[in-house]
Unconditional design. Structure first.
Ligand SMILES: [Zn+2]
Length: 319
């Protein structure tokens, strides 16, 4: 069933672009709509009220929709183009990264036929990643630096405590089939669907307690939208970084597990390879290979950060 909407509030994307001399591009992988002119870049996500214009955030009353094969934009987008809308949030850049080595302590994770334990491998790669990120000027914090057990709740609590920009989980895969191999990337943020429902649930919590409930719902809806978009974008930048370094890597997917716990921060999980694949297990034991994985991830984060900073520069040039 198509969503309930009032057609008079909407304009077809082709019409909008013609009117304002924009071009558009729609990515079905992540539902991101990019509308560009030489001076402006607007980014929207289907069914989400959040948008970006040259890297600054704005909030729509109605989301872009996809109905019977057509993309419909809310007419209020005209006000954004005419700069009649208040831009809401400061520009985004990546400074603080939480690295979360999966498993630990009594929880070994996957174990290879040679006895290599996932928890130890995750930690080793995470430590190299911390080095790689610090070399590039980022602040990187490990959720664990020893072989100890942490619950999911405790891991997320650390991200909240440091108000990290990005949360990155490192895991190693395993499968009954020994043939399967390669890197897999998942974004952990809740999907954009039912985002208002989730925002209401989160607004009942203690965060942002100094503002009225309705405002809290809006803040949470914004946060969820922004974190979702950032998680998807980070996953894509990581994908290309791995690909460029010659890794076998699958297209990013949304993790079907973990939901509201990751509302606080853009979150991505990287499965660095398969311990069940003899070829990959052999590589994963090697220091140079572990370092190469760390390098790919650091390059991916750096690439997204550069992209955001590029948008900031465009805004400054325009002013
Ligand atoms: Zn794992």
């Amino acid at each position: 069933m198509p969503p309930v909407y009032s057609p008079s509030d909407y304009i077809r994307i082709e019409e909008f672009c013609k009117k304002h001399s924009f071009q558009y591009n729609f990515d079905t992988l992540d539902d991101v709509i990019k509308i560009t002119s030489p001076k402006k870049e607007i980014r929207l996500v289907l069914n989400s009220c959040l948008g970006y214009i040259n890297g600054e955030t704005f909030y729509l009353k109605q989301p872009p929709l996809y109905i019977r094969g057509k993309i419909l934009l809310p007419k209020e987008l005209e006000e954004v183009v005419a700069k009649k809308v208040v831009l809401l949030k400061p520009l985004f850049k990546i400074e603080k990264i939480i690295i979360d080595p999966g498993h630990g302590g009594r929880d070994p994770g996957a174990i290879s036929f040679n006895g290599l334990k996932e928890k130890n491998l995750n930690l080793r790669v995470s430590k190299y990643l911390k080095e790689e990120l610090e070399k590039r000027g980022y602040k990187a914090i490990l959720t664990r630096s020893k072989d100890n057990y942490l619950s999911l709740k405790e891991r997320v609590k650390i991200a909240k405590k440091y108000s990290a920009d990005v949360f990155l989980s490192i895991h190693t895969n395993s499968n009954r089939s020994r043939k399967i191999r390669g890197v897999e990337i998942y974004y952990l943020s809740p999907s954009r669907f039912k985002s208002l429902e989730r925002a209401i649930k989160l607004a009942k919590g203690k965060d942002f307690d100094d503002i009225p409930f309705e405002a809290k719902v809006i803040v949470w809806d914004l946060t969820l939208g922004k974190n979702y978009a950032t998680s998807v974008e980070l996953a894509q930048h990581l994908y290309f970084a791995f690909k460029n370094l010659g890794f076998k890597v699958s297209l990013p997917k949304r993790a079907p597990f973990y939901v509201l716990k990751f509302a606080y921060v853009p979150s991505v999980l990287v499965e660095i390879g398969y311990l069940s694949n003899p070829y990959e297990e052999k590589s994963l034991r090697k220091k140079y290979y572990q370092k190469q994985i760390a390098e790919a991830i650091a390059l991916g984060i750096n690439s997204l950060d550069k992209y955001y900073r590029g948008l900031i520069k465009n805004v400054k040039n325009e002013k």
